[in-house]
Design a protein around this ligand. Structure first.
Ligand code: FNR
Length: 371
């Protein structure tokens, strides 16, 4: 019988193929595969191909400036590391290695709730570098509050609440592989030593690791999360709050009405709702609603600097890099992540020069053509 695990995957890039060759099959599948038939995952890339750059010439592009500003902080380039949990499945150093690159390259780092290492360990690698914390609102308010407090105490300057995961998407390959990195204990860096989380456990986690992991999995999804629940988190912190996973313009409107500080247009890399709209396709209508009142970020499908250019031209202020840096991590640890960041930066800089855009502000929809 042929099993899904035996089918040779189609690789979107050489980097992905190299990652496939380096790490165990179940871990690769967890990273690379998407929900359901993977229609959305593929659509995320296809959406970028529909747009072509319509370049301007003779604009003196001797100086190209990639810098931009987000929440009053200067970014040396218009991208951040996406919150990706369980990075230890790609490389033993996991988030510690990618955080070292974030510091060295001056790219802000978004730490996942489901990180393999704790937010304190990652913060100490990052030193003074900009970091945000991605929050999976817990079923237990005490745990949510404790995570937010720890983020504040450790220099995180924004909270990203992921709102596209009230339940986990249907990931057929993981089910077939019977693989869950959380069950294996790879995404518990933020939980096992959390005082509020430990208080929930009848026994200390060291005494019964399996029970602790199950408890974490049980409380990490919050199907009851709604706009009212969000008000609680709004009251927990003065840090800027971004919502990650907005795809509908009406939700962008509601975000404004609820004093949210920023939104991330994302479909979680096609890992949640299959057959939902590609992030890039959702962007223009959302930008229309937001009218520059709060920052708009985008992820899901960013693979090259040209993709960054297109997302900015359609209304994003910055983007999040996801799978590419994890593939870099899998292939060659810290050095692999660094190569990915340098490559995307170089591609963006070159595309800007060739398209006649000297600054991030000069990248606009007039430079795009929809074919
Ligand atoms: C993710 N993503 C994610 N998002 C989030 O809010 N919290 C998380 O813990 C994770 N974990 C995670 C693990 C892995 C292995 C992947 C690939 C993705 C989603 C991530 O932040 C981002 O939205 C997507 O990666 C964007 O899609 P692309 O560009 O990577 O395809």
């Amino acid at each position: 019988m042929i099993t899904a695990a035996e089918i040779q995957p189609e690789f979107e890039s050489l980097l992905e193929r190299k990652a496939f060759e380096r790490i165990r099959r179940e871990a690769f599948d967890y990273i690379a595969r998407g929900a359901g038939s993977e229609a959305t995952m593929k659509e995320n890339l296809g959406a970028f191909s529909k747009w072509k750059i319509r370049p301007r010439v003779l604009r003196n592009v001797a100086e190209i400036d990639l810098s931009t500003t987000l929440f009053n902080r200067k970014l040396s380039s218009p991208f951040l590391f996406a919150p990706i949990g369980v990075q230890r499945i790609a490389h033993p150093d996991g988030e510690l290695a990618s955080a070292r690159v974030a510091k060295a390259t001056d790219v802000p780092f978004v730490v996942s709730s489901a990180a393999s290492y704790s937010m304190e360990e990652i913060a100490s690698e990052l030193e003074e570098s900009t970091r945000w914390f991605q929050l999976y609102c817990s079923l237990e308010d005490t745990v949510t509050k404790s995570l937010v407090n720890r983020a504040e105490a450790n220099g995180y300057s924004a909270i990203v609440i992921t709102v596209d995961t009230p339940v986990l998407g249907i990931r057929e390959t993981d089910a077939h592989n019977q693989y869950s990195p959380l069950e294996e204990g790879d995404g518990c860096g933020n939980y096992l030593n959390d005082p509020a989380f430990r208080a929930l456990l009848a026994r200390p986690p060291e005494a019964d690791m399996k029970a602790a992991l199950q408890k974490q999995i049980d409380i990490i999804d919050q199907p009851g999360l709604d706009w009212d629940e969000l008000k609680k988190i709004r009251r927990m912190t003065k840090l800027p709050i971004l919502l990650k996973g907005i795809l509908h313009p009406e939700d962008a409107k509601l975000a404004l009405e609820h004093n949210i500080d920023g939104i991330i247009v994302s479909n979680h890399g096609g890992r949640q709702l299959d057959h939902c709209i590609a992030s890039l396709d959702a962007l223009p209508d959302i930008a229309q609603v937001i009218q520059k009142r709060i920052p708009i970020l985008l992820d899901s499908g960013i693979r090259t600097g040209v993709d960054v250019f297109k997302a900015l031209a359609l209304g994003a202020d910055a983007v999040l890099l996801g799978r590419p840096f994890i593939y870099g991590l899998a292939v060659n640890g810290e050095a692999g992540v660094r190569q990915v960041i340098h490559k995307i930066r170089h591609e963006l800089e070159t595309s800007m020069a060739l398209a006649g855009a000297r600054t991030i502000q000069e990248i606009n929809s007039d430079l795009l053509f929809n074919s």
